[in-house]
Design a protein around this ligand. Structure first.
Ligand code: ADP
Ligand code: MG
Length: 273
């Protein structure tokens, strides 16, 4: 078996077993089970309000399920202390607005907070790490720019740099491209995929755009009203029937000419309601 830096391809990084969660009597998640393996780019899809963000918050330990099991790297999420969890899991929210009044570099450095000693000292090598992450995300020239003077796409890149400064093994993303124009959407997805492919980062992303999801993800989880309605490859999940059942509009599905990924074309006048 090949081992490089402790990376074992078959290792299960996220495992949930029959996770359920209600808010005030309304069930947001019902018996949700899924597994994400080391180095995968895993996509979570579903209509608005289907429980996707709740599921990510449960995996990251911010929310606890009412019933069911959640494990990260083979251990119950609740059994990790904050620092140990931050060394493994990073979360990028949909509109992760960095705090105002800080420069790009300062915000990226905040990603190291969980790793500082109680005196606030950085570990050796932190400057080099921050520099390399900023270089990788094309932020070097913006290092001293206040974050409030960045475009939306640049800000989201700073937010990604900040979470990557944690050097996580697992990156959880909640609709990372929703507010970006198409150029920045593809750029953001490409940056994330580069980390996934080159460093063995495991990615689990809630994605709004089915076409991007089908091109970047190896497997997809489709949830509707808190229930899993499908899990599998993009070819198995992005079908006109399943999409129609869940989203209430039946698209045309065609293979992408570049890579064969199933791509949807919406049809005007084809709404169920
Ligand atoms: P999605 O991310 O798929 O849009 P969410 O996970 O945000 O869905 O929400 C699923 C359901 O749970 C929604 O009905 C939402 O209103 C409800 N919900 C989520 N978080 C809370 C909360 N903290 N308090 C009350 N209801 C919540
Ligand atoms: Mg959400």
């Amino acid at each position: 078996m090949k081992h490089s830096g402790g990376y074992r391809p078959e290792e299960v990084v996220i495992r949930t077993e029959r996770v359920s969660k209600s808010f005030g009597g309304d069930e947001a998640l019902h018996d949700v089970s899924f597994e994400v393996r080391r180095g995968e780019f895993y996509g979570i899809l579903g209509p608005n309000g289907s429980g996707k963000s709740t599921l990510l918050r449960i995996v990251s330990g911010v929310e606890t399920p009412d019933t069911g099991k959640v494990e990260v790297e083979g251990r119950a999420v609740a059994s990790y202390n904050r620092r140990a969890l931050a060394q493994r899991v990073a979360v990028l929210q949909q509109d992760a607005l960095p705090p105002v009044g800080f420069t790009v570099r300062e915000v990226v450095e905040m990603g190291r907070y969980p790793f500082q000693s109680w005196l606030g000292d950085d570990e050796p090598g932190t400057d080099a790490l921050i520099g390399s992450i900023m270089g990788r995300l094309g932020l070097t020239g913006l290092a001293d720019r206040p974050v409030e003077r960045l475009s939306g796409g640049e800000r989201q890149r700073v937010a990604l740099a900040k979470v990557m400064a944690q050097q996580p093994k697992l990156l959880l993303l909640d609709e990372p491209t929703t507010f970006l124009d198409i150029g920045y959407q593809v750029q953001m997805m490409d940056y994330i995929r580069a980390w996934q492919k080159e460093d063995g980062l495991t990615v689990a992303a809630v994605l709004h755009d089915l076409n991007l999801a089908a091109q970047y993800c190896s497997r997809l989880l489709l949830i509707s009203r808190g229930h899993v309605v499908g899990e599998g490859t993009p070819g198995e999940i992005v079908t006109s029937q399943l999409i129609a059942d869940v989203y209430g509009t039946e698209p045309i599905v065609l293979p992408h000419p570049d890579n064969g990924a199933p791509q949807i074309l919406l049809r005007a006048g084809q709404s169920d309601s």
